[in-house]
Design a protein around this ligand. Structure first.
Ligand SMILES: [Zn+2]
Length: 413
């Protein structure tokens, strides 16, 4: 068992320790693991992620400085420091440990901020926190509540920031489980231990926790609540504290400004501008669809007028290079609706090369069957009913010859 120096002092960034075990690299972990008799490094646990830093052999000087890239806790409560080194320090040697202070400060801000925010949800709305997650970009808590409104989020965020502004002392206490029972903790850990470590925010929150924390709430800086999302066990509230809150807000502002410049508007008017643009896009799409219908109808009338009748049918064959598949299908439908004698073999080489075959109801051919044969020959995919079929082919080459071949075949019947 390693003595955890951060239990008493989260601001202890440097320390000396003795190597009590060296775990050689394995298939599961390519790095050497070092266990010390005591450490200020925090291992990933309780929702908080591990510290990083450096380890230097006391006798070796600066050139022996080794990077500690991960710190983990084992089942028997040892703290393992993973280092990237070909020659790890030997068992029994002494090392000087130094944790990355910026990363530690960020983790303290997030974790203490979480305690304040969780307590605010309990105080205001009796919503307990059931889990805490600290990520690289944001943190989250899951609230056990049937519903959480945006107004409640704003109220909890406001109370949490008031507690930060009041700069209340944050203390560490150790008590027995019996003593803890009478203290009315916000959260009691499920594991039975001889001593419980409590984090107390004066006159606001008292909870069992093994994490690293600020000395007073002012050091959290601020809390910015972001996304609210329904999850299986309740509601997930995303938030960021301290410097992360500032950098996140800075990022949001930059993105919003970029959008506002495109609209030549104030950032607060961006949603309204986007809504307006979407409405306009919807309107112009409708207008375009209507025009396309009219063009297809006029074009169909023109084709029917210029096509002579033969064997009681008007066989219309055409391949377009400037119309897409949507248009030729529309045209086929217009042709067969406007004239009961229409048989249309249409194709397009523009965009996705396609074919559309159609006949007016009562005409004798099988368009689905013809399309299947054509696709087999052209290496495409398609099919349809007796009166209307369509297919797409990988290459436009061959479309022209295919419809001409079918023109000859159908004209002879
Ligand atoms: Zn905690």
């Amino acid at each position: 068992m390693s003595k955890r120096l951060y239990y008493d002092d989260s601001f202890l960034y440097e320390f000396d320790g003795e190597v009590v075990e060296v775990i050689p690299p394995s298939a599961a972990n390519a790095r050497s693991g070092i266990v010390l008799d005591q450490t200020a490094f925090y291992p990933t646990s309780g929702g908080q992620v591990h510290d990083t830093g450096w380890m230097t052999p006391v006798s070796g000087g600066e050139e022996g400085k080794l990077r500690v890239s991960e710190v983990a806790e084992t089942e028997n409560s040892r703290v393992v420091h993973y280092i990237e080194a070909e020659k790890p320090p030997e068992k029994g040697s002494r090392v000087h440990g130094a944790i990355d202070p910026e990363r530690r400060r960020d983790h303290m801000q997030q974790h203490s901020g979480q305690h304040v925010l969780s307590a605010a949800f309990v105080r205001l709305f009796h919503m307990p926190t059931v889990s805490f997650h600290m990520g690289e970009e944001y943190c989250s808590i899951d609230l056990d509540a049937p519903a959480v409104t945006p107004e409640q989020i704003v109220a909890a965020e406001k109370l949490a920031n008031e507690i930060i502004t009041e700069n209340r002392p944050v203390g560490i206490r150790f008590v027995t489980p019996e003593e803890a029972r009478d203290l009315g903790l916000r959260k009691v850990p499920p594991i039975e231990k001889d001593k419980l470590r409590l984090i107390e925010i004066r006159d606001f929150d008292l909870t069992a926790c093994g994490g690293t924390h600020v000395q007073s709430t002012g050091q959290i800086g601020c809390i910015l609540v972001r996304k609210l999302e329904k999850v299986r066990q309740g509601w997930r509230v995303e938030f960021v504290c301290g410097e992360r809150a500032i950098s996140t807000a800075r990022h949001d502002y930059t993105v919003l400004t970029e959008a506002a410049v495109l609209f030549s508007s104030h950032i607060w008017d961006v949603p309204q501008q986007v809504r307006k643009l979407l409405d306009e896009a919807k309107g112009s799409r409708k207008g375009r669809e209507q025009l396309l219908e009219e063009v297809a109808e006029l074009y169909a009338r023109h084709l029917l007028a210029e096509t002579p009748e033969s064997n009681g049918r008007k066989l219309i064959v055409r391949v377009f290079s400037d119309r897409d598949a949507v248009f030729i299908k529309l045209l086929a439908q217009k042709l067969t609706r406007l004239d009961s004698r229409a048989v249309a073999l249409l194709g397009t080489s523009s965009g996705q090369a396609s074919l559309v075959f159609a006949q007016s109801p009562g005409q004798p051919f099988d368009m689905g069957g013809l399309m299947k044969d054509a696709m087999a020959k052209l290496g495409g995919r398609g099919g349809g009913s007796k009166d209307l079929a369509q297919g797409g082919v990988p290459q436009p080459a061959g479309i022209e010859a295919m419809v001409e071949e079918l023109r000859a075949k159908l004209s002879a019947i």
